[in-house]
Every structure is written in C-alpha cells, then in structure tokens.
Write a protein that binds this ligand. Structure first.
Ligand code: IPM
Ligand code: MN
Length: 356
C-alpha cells in the first residue's frame, strides 16, 4: 500500500527517537512491499525559533493531508519562560484540535522482562493490561481562560458538553469490547459540576452497551488504587487533565516513561502518534533516550491509520524480543550495567522485525 506519513521530530530527544521509529517504518515498508512517503516538518520550539510559530501553517496543512502523523516531543527550557508569548506545547494542542483528535489511546505495555525495573512488587504486575482512553480536545485544556496573568489572578475553566463526553466514552466502550469488557471511568463528581455531567453522560452511553461493565471512580482514590491493584482494571476512561496525570503515573508499571506509546484519533482513520514522554532536555543530544515509546507509537500508526495489523503485531513482537534478549537503554539499565544507545536499540528492533 501507499501511505503519506508526516514526521514532526520536534524538540529535545524528539528527533532522536523519531529517527528510530522512522527506521522501523522503512523496514516494514521494505518487507511488505509498501510505499511509505515520510516527510519531516518543523513544529514546537524549533518552529518558534525558525518561523515564530510553534505550528507553522505549512506544517498544519501537511498534517491535515497526511494519512498519519508521527511526532517526537515538543518543549524545553529554552521556551519555558513564563512570560513567553509563544509556547511549543500550544502548537501540539492546536494540532490536536485542528485535526479533530478527541480520543487519546495510551496502552501501558508491561513486558515480563522489565518487571524487575518497576518499583512495584512483581506480583502486583501479574496480569496487568491497561488501556487509557483520554479525552484530548476538551476539558480544562481548552476551556475559557485568562491568557496572561498580569494581575494577581489567572484562570482556566473546566468545561465539558455531553456530546464531547459521549463520543470519547464510545471509543472506550468499543475498545473494552475487544478486550476484557471493563471500563473504569474517572471523574471528580463529588466536587465538580462538569464531572457530574461527565458521570451522567458516561452512564447514559453505557446503557446501550450492556456487555461492557462500567464503573465510576473519583480521581484521587483511583490514583492510589491504580498502584495498589493495577491488574483489576482494563480500559480507563478519563478527561483531558486527569488522563494526562494518570497515564504518567501508570508508566511506573511499564518500568519507564520511555516505554509508553500513544495514538490520538478522531472520527476517521487519520491519527497522530507520539510517545507519552516529553522532550527530556536533560538527556537530549546524547543518544541515550529510549526509542521504544516512539517505535510502539509507529506500531499503533500501522494498526489504526494504515490498517496493517499484522505489521503492527510484528513490530510489537520485535520489541518484546529485544527486551527478552537483554537490550536495555539507560533508563532501564540499573547503575553500572551496560546500556545500548538510542540507535543501538532502534536497530536491534528493526533487525528483528523480519525474523520475529
Ligand atoms: C502529553 C503532554 C502534553 C499534554 C503537553 C506537552 C501539552 O504532557 O501529551 O501528555 O499535556 O497533553
Ligand atoms: Mn502528559
């Protein structure tokens, strides 16, 4: 098949991990006789430097025309002055909104060989298989706000409409049907009106899916429960902010934040794929970042946007294989143990795709 894929390497470790994910896509194309056109575009802090715009119009146009977009990471200390008018993160938020990507899928990959790196007791990790479905273009990230707090007050507003909650709830319910049939919906209905609407809307939609078991949880208690008995949950449905926070917390289960991929989807096949980790400025440019989150994001791209499930399975199997074979980037290597570089890991995975 032919596919037009836009790469947004972004800032910090973004270009390093994106290069490895692109390498994997090229191997998949070669083995399967596919033609993937990969084009890189500026976005984030680098685009502020070069174009005074974190999401230049040409980048947005290319993304909208693409079959899929693969992003590295955006942001860094250079652009985080609190008084700055342009922010790399705003480019990402605008891109999600412009592409209509309201559902963010964040699976938590728990590889057996990495269990020793998770700070939790190994028995707690047994049977853990989680998928976060995070609402992505609403909530407090997009509600009315006072842009620049030049006085003593600033505000952001948490707004949800029933339509916004219902469409993302349907994504979670559909995903649960193909898994263990359970959705845990997260809110703060005991305090926030918007979250009472959230709970009511999820309950309403769920009534049409009697085969899926839906439970409701307050976010504070759930944050604790998630570490105490992670194997109890299947699909976790949350709003933009709570989903952002809880999915980083869940990285503890995977052994490293560098392991987590994500897919941001709208109503069609088009999607934006990115590792959950940020630009990691402390290790940028050193060739030591873990590319697995980006590579597993490329696997999600193959599955969701290109309908190449067999290829996606093969990439995921290759990742499991390199981990079984003992390959570890620095984030997964305990002090003093030899670690492979970003490219070392990327090439090890790429070379196992045909074989796996
Ligand atoms: C994420 C990131 C972003 C978010 C930032 C970079 C805007 O933390 O994708 O989880 O908060 O959504
Ligand atoms: Mn985040």
């Amino acid at each position: 098949m032919q596919a037009n894929i836009v790469l947004l390497p972004g800032d910090g470790v973004g270009p390093e991990v994106t290069a490895e994910a692109a390498g994997v896509l090229n191997v998949v194309a070669e083995l399967g006789g596919h033609e993937f056109q990969l084009d890189s575009h500026p976005m984030g802090g680098n685009a502020i430097d070069d174009f005074q715009d974190p999401l230049p119009p040409a980048t947005l146009t290319a993304c909208k025309a693409a079959d899929a977009v693969l992003l590295g990471a955006v942001g860094g200390p250079k652009w985080s002055d609190p008084t700055a008018e342009l922010r790399p993160e705003q480019g990402l938020l605008d891109l999600r909104a412009e592409m209509g990507l309201f559902a963010n899928l964040r699976p938590v990959p728990v590889f057996e060989s990495l269990a020793p790196f998770a700070p939790l007791k190994p028995e707690l990790l047994r049977g853990v298989d989680l998928l976060f479905v995070r609402e992505l273009t609403g909530g407090i990230y997009f509600g009315p706000r006072q842009e620049q707090g030049d006085g003593d007050v600033a505000h952001d507003t948490l707004v949800y409409s029933t339509a916004e909650v219902e469409r993302v709830a349907r994504v979670a319910l559909r995903a649960a049907r193909g898994r263990r049939g359970k959705v845990a919906s997260i809110d703060k209905a005991n305090v926030l009106a918007s979250m009472r609407l959230w709970r009511r809307s999820v309950t309403e939609v769920a009534s049409a899916w009697p085969d899926v078991e839906v439970t409701h949880h307050l976010v504070d208690a759930f944050a604790m429960q998630l570490m105490r008995s992670p194997a109890d949950y299947d699909v976790i449905l949350a709003g933009n902010m709570f989903g952002d926070i809880l999915s980083d917390e869940a990285a503890i289960l995977a052994g490293s934040l560098g392991m987590l991929p994500s897919a941001s989807l709208g109503s069609g096949r088009q999607g934006l794929y990115e590792p959950v980790h940020g630009s990691a400025p402390d290790i940028a440019g050193r060739g030591i970042a873990n590319p697995i989150g980006a590579i597993l994001s490329a696997a999600m791209l193959l599955r969701h946007s290109l309908d190449l499930s067999a290829e996606a399975d093969r990439v995921e199997a290759a990742v499991a294989k390199v981990l079984d074979d003992g390959f570890r980037t620095a984030d997964l290597a305990p002090d003093g143990q030899a670690a492979v570089s970003t490219t070392g890991m990327g090439q090890a995975i790429a070379s196992r795709i045909g074989a796996a």
